[in-house]
Design a binder for this molecule. Sequence first.
Ligand code: ARG
Length: 603
Amino acid sequence: MKQLIELISEEVKEAFNKAGYNPDYGKTNLSNRPDLCEFQCNGAMAAAKEYHKAPIAIAEDVVTQLEGNAMFSEVEAVKPGFLNFRIAEEFLGEYVGGMLKDERFGLEKTNKPLTIMIDYGGPNVAKPLHVGHLRSAVIGESVKRISRFMGHNVIGDVHLGDWGLQMGLIITELKLRKPELVYFDESYDGDYPDDAPFTLAELEEIYPTASGKSKEDEDYKEAALQATKELQAGRKGYRALLNHILTISVTDLKKNYEKLNVSFDLWKGESDAQEYIADMVQDMKDKGLAYESEGALVVDVKEDTDKKEVPPCMILKSDGASLYTTTDLATLVWRVNDYNPDRVIYVVDNRQEMHFVQVFRCAKKAGIVKEDTSLEFLGFGTMNGLDGKPFKTRDGGVMRLEYLLNDTNEKMYSKITDNNNMTDVEAKEVASIVSLAAIKYGDLSNQASKDYIFDIDKFTSSEGNTGPYILYTIVRIKSILNKYLEGLTIKSILNKYAKEPLYDLPDELHINAPDNESSKKLMLELVKFQNAILSAYDESAPHKICAFLYDVCNAFNHFYHETKILSCEDEDKKKGYIALLYLTKSVLECCIDLLGFYAPDKM
Ligand code: ARG
């Protein structure tokens, strides 16, 4: 389906044409003065220069051409030369009716499907998830869903941090505690045990302990660096330990991400890049790109147009160990081999921007990716506390994601139990659905690159631009639709729909022309669906969908307060309202799914 605004533009262009002017001047936009009109075209002003004519005369010529046109209820030429339009109710009703009949509400899939890899989540193995990882997971999941909805082939990869010093630290600490373990015996060449020599709880305690010790004890740190290097060089016992650490961590991570309604197609990590490093480095040397500098191996990536200094990209440390850049480059090697992506999008903290500038330039220079592969850094800002500083626990530590989720859940639970008569089980279930929406919407409604303040009171409020407000609106619609269906006496319908949720409505419903200002306003918001999704995709910007959702919810609630729906006596009118409600609900649900959350049946 074409966008409504395109249909309008085409019609106005045709009128310019018929009036003897270049049709390009007929491009029409949403009005920025909704009090005066719904759509406007400023083309007559520009045309005035070309045709040496007063703009108002041109605008009037166009108005003449549009007289009696069924698309508009009002066409007006306004001084100095604006064209103001109101859309005809019949036409709008029919257009919105077309959206109802299409499961994608008129938005066609792309005719050029791309392969898009999204690198998000990025948790570090054996370290608990902290709130910094929240943003990556929430934004990346939404960008993935939006791209997939557009019809692209999308692969989400968690890209575990499993190859750095933290691994060496864990190994060092473990060796100190349990030196007798077979993993440390270099002469051992049998199979290693299937079960890990530690539990998740131990693992979570070992890392911070080891990290603390390494800061105070030089020898300890040296041992950890050495262990890291040996692990990276392929020492068998250490690789076996790494596998245990991975298995335990990944099981736990999956549980955590599930709570966030986030999932990945690939659970690859930095360590999976290892096998590609040697050839990649050799190739960079052969091409004369990589050279030695102060013992380390580097590639120059600065460009003449740089405003900031871009330091050389370090490929290997002087001791031969690989770095964060090395694994990111070698990761691109397998990504290209296995998936040949057109775009790779990295959803990572803004503070890592320089790292990605270096990696992207180096990857292009070394021919790891083709010149036209789009490597994109989707950087996000910091989540701050009410004091405007990075979010911390009360005692000043890094806030763990789990705690944040629990706090929000509790807050939501007490709000729900305060003013509702649900069973405790229901209230808990609803609280967890709504708190997820509160957190995700609170994050996604901001432009990703900006910092934002995590304000639990604001985010969990059912008023204002919040997740709970959106859900509240959906629940309100569901409840009206349910009442409507319960009231229907036609047995066949009840029977037919009894097995499914009651609000799955019969096909014969259709949307009428809007019959009051608020239903028209609601329809005019709904028709912006296509534009919202398309711009969210083009700009990797889920906040565009949030803005659309908020406008639709406001328009719906206004309509709801102004209109007798279920008590409407005119049966045909009532059915039309019900169809409009059904469409509104479906559009809202589709959008929240693209943001990565969902609505309960009651609240
Ligand atoms: N593990 C990293 C961190 O916690 C994020 C990984 C981002 N992705 C990447 N390909 N480097 O900072």
